[in-house]
Design a protein around this ligand. Structure first.
Ligand code: COA
Ligand code: AMP
Length: 639
């Protein structure tokens, strides 16, 4: 950090670098411990070390009970605002504690114990948060699956996590349709060889689910019964290194990675971030407009704000269409939100419908201090528009499911640094960022390379993958020995600001959702008419990127290409889910390849994006690229 500033950031970052263990030991005071850690960091445990070894605590106690004990019992803990159902519901910290304790009691009676996994397939309703906290209360490990995933994706996660119980709701509600979850869950359980002992189903009036005798139970009835019998589970002490949750994220194949989050380090990092990165005081209203199915939702809808004693807004709606592009401003004004956190794509959607910001000016946003963006690259145009319209700092920050909180950001709580559009600013404590070339050598300022974090990773980051230490090593720490490979490409400028430009692997980012093109290729390849295929991400003005699939048909297939393309679109929706937003499939005669047979996806992407491209020297047959360009043009894609 070389630029002049009045922010405390340079001193704080330098203090962390000089004494990381001392720094995190101090930060750990924001969390209640049942037993203090023996060691702040033990390099001998796990693939690269573990934080707060020997320590014991409980995440639910830290997020709920301790606030009731310290006088926040009457404060709103959760405000559920649901324009899709036309309902609003507030739960105070005391009410939240009672709901969580009762549900935790139900889980315990179902035989769920410390260390057992519980899979959650839930929409954005308070019960989703209650369920996460109930697991944490008894030391069970939750694994939340985003509602936009299909049955097969759910089945893969059930197979890997082997949950003792599954908690779900009868349906989720999208702007235009009711999504019945239960048939998806039933289908997933039909596909999976692992079966849970029980499923607890929260019935919503929009679509009641049929319950299977012996396996499924009615959530509300079970909780009511527990309350009537005075069943309330206490908080179970867990080791700081025990997993709080496993969250699956896209890997480079169709097999998702089970990111493990420990308990102690995670709560310490989140507590530090609420004060120093987000600049939030306990008691304030904080709104992260994401989904509990994503890491951002775990950290900043649930654990971050609740551990910090804030009121968290749980929003079941969209930035547009529920009912209009003023929805975010209505919620922010009505609930006195001081900080909003969302994805740039949400802002692009709002800007498209309300370019003049007329709806923004209909609401009193005087309490809103900051807008935080993450999940995808924040394009400077969107950031500038948001700054002009809202008149508050717009802070881009960069993180991954793996890290659990921001790798880089602008620490508002320490005094904001000057914003440079296109950069998520500077590394947070815990992250020693280096930009490396292909051989693993650090490059100079303003030179592109792979962004890597010098090991060890700080508190909050994944210690490993669920029951897959070797996959962890192979995926993250073997390419550049001594470093965690973020698989993001970018550079650091002369002031130490980081610029994150895109992935170095086959992950694409669709409306802030992380997806694997490799996984989509596996689906296309399973179609009986497809000989070979490729999926790339192409630029999209709303979603940032959308997937586009190319399929070469097997010899002798004389069916209509348009019909097969429709089937391919349907197949991806069916196997991965609507969230893949896979709407563009093209049948082509050949795929462009190098002489050694590697598909030239990078060049195909440049053509599809309308970017300048040069003929690769290694191409086998240059004519194929013209065919690709023609096929794209026929679909209205590319220049
Ligand atoms: N359950 C079931 N289906 C879901 C779902 C869920 N929880 N979430 C999304 N889907 C479906 C959508 O209904 C849509 O289906 P469709 O193809 O039938 O229209 C599909 O998945 C794609 O969803 P999405 O990419 O979100 O597109 P959208 O058109 O519904 O909305 C935006 C576009 C920009 C408004 C929306 O993506 C958005 O708000 N993005 C912000 C994302 C965000 O907060 N990300 C978290 C990181 S911070
Ligand atoms: P996820 O694991 O879903 O949070 O996605 C992580 C990926 O999203 C990162 O590896 C980046 O590629 C991208 N990403 C997230 N936030 C940003 C950001 N602020 N700027 C650029 N890319 C981002």
């Amino acid at each position: 950090m070389n630029a002049p500033t009045t922010s405390r950031y340079p001193d704080v970052y330098a203090a962390w670098k000089a004494d990381p263990e001392g720094f995190w030991a101090e930060a750990a005071r924001a969390v209640d411990w049942i037993r203090p850690a023996d060691r702040v960091f033990d390099p001998g445990q796990g693939p690269y070390g573990r934080w707060f070894t020997g320590g014991e605590l409980n995440a639910c106690h830290n997020a709920v009970d301790r606030h009731v004990a310290s006088g926040r019992g009457g404060q709103a803990a959760i405000i559920h605002d649901s324009p899709v159902t036309g309902t609003k519901r507030t739960l105070t910290y005391t009410e939240l504690r009672d709901e969580v304790a009762a549900l935790a009691g139900v889980l315990a009676q179902l035989g769920v114990a410390k260390g057992d996994r519980v899979l959650l397939y839930m929409p954005m309703i308070p019960e989703a948060v209650i369920a996460m906290l109930a697991c944490a209360r008894i030391g069970a490990i939750h694994s939340v699956v985003f509602g936009g995933f299909a049955a097969k994706e759910l089945a893969t996660r059930i197979e890997d996590a082997t949950p003792k119980a599954i908690l779900s709701a009868s349906c989720g509600i999208e702007a235009a349709r009711v999504v019945s979850y239960k048939p998806l869950l039933d289908e997933a359980l039909r596909l999976a060889s692992h079966q849970p002992d029980a499923c607890l189903v929260f019935q919503r009036p929009q679509a009641e689910a049929a319950l299977m005798e012996g396996r499924d139970r009615d959530w509300a009835a079970a909780v009511a019964d527990a309350k009537a019998r005075g069943v309330a589970a206490p908080c179970t002490p867990v080791a700081a290194t025990d997993p709080l949750y496993v969250l699956y994220t896209s890997g480079t194949t169709g097999r998702p990675k089970g990111v493990v989050r420990d308990t102690g380090g995670y709560l310490v990092a989140l507590a530090w971030s609420m004060t120093n990165l987000y600049g939030i005081a306990p008691g304030e209203v904080y709104w992260c407009a994401s989904d509990v199915g994503w890491v951002v939702g775990h950290s900043y809808i649930v654990y971050g704000p609740l551990v910090h004693g804030c009121t968290t807004v749980l929003y079941e709606g969209k930035p547009v269409g529920t009912p209009d592009a003023g929805a975010f401003w209505r919620v922010a004004a009505e609930h006195g939100v001081v900080s909003l956190f969302t994805a740039p794509t949400a802002f692009r959607a709002i800007k498209k419908e309300d370019p003049e910001g007329r709806l923004i000016r209909q609401y009193d946003l005087s309490r809103l201090r900051t807008l935080f963006l993450a999940g995808e690259r924040a394009d400077p145009d969107t950031v500038k528009w948001a700054e002009e319209q809202l008149g508050v700092p717009v802070i881009d920050h960069w993180w991954q499911t793996e890290t659990g909180w921001a790798i880089a950001g602008n620490p508002v709580g320490l005094g904001a640094l000057p914003v440079k559009h296109g950069s998520p600013t500077v590394p947070m404590p815990g992250y020693d960022l280096q930009v490396l070339d292909e051989g693993g050598k650090p490059v100079g300022a303003n030179v592109m390379g792979t962004i890597a974090v010098k090991l060890p990773l700080g508190p909050g980051c994944l210690p490993t993958l669920w029951q897959a230490d070797d996959r962890f090593r192979e995926s993250y720490v073997s390419t550049f020995p001594g470093f965690y490979n973020t698989s993001d490409a970018g550079f650091l400028d002369e002031d130490g600001y980081v610029y994150v430009m895109g992935r170095t692997d086959d992950i694409i980012n669709v409306a802030g959702h992380r997806l694997s093109t490799g996984g989509m290729e596996e689906v296309l390849a399973s179609h009986p008419a497809v000989a070979e295929c490729a999926v790339i991400g192409v630029k999209d003005s709303l979603k940032g990127e959308v997937p586009c699939g190319f399929a070469v048909l097997k010899a002798g297939i004389d069916r209509s290409p348009a019909e097969i393309e429709r089937e391919l679109v349907g197949l991806v929706r069916d196997r991965i889910g609507p969230v893949a937003a896979f709407k563009l499939a093209l049948t082509v005669g050949r795929l462009p390849k190098t002489r050694s047979g590697k598909i030239l996806r990078g060049t195909m992407k440049k053509i599809a994006d309308g970017d300048a491209w040069t003929m690769p020297a290694t191409i086998d047959d240059p004519g194929v690229l013209d065919e690709i360009a023609d096929a794209l043009k026929a679909k209205g894609v590319g220049a």
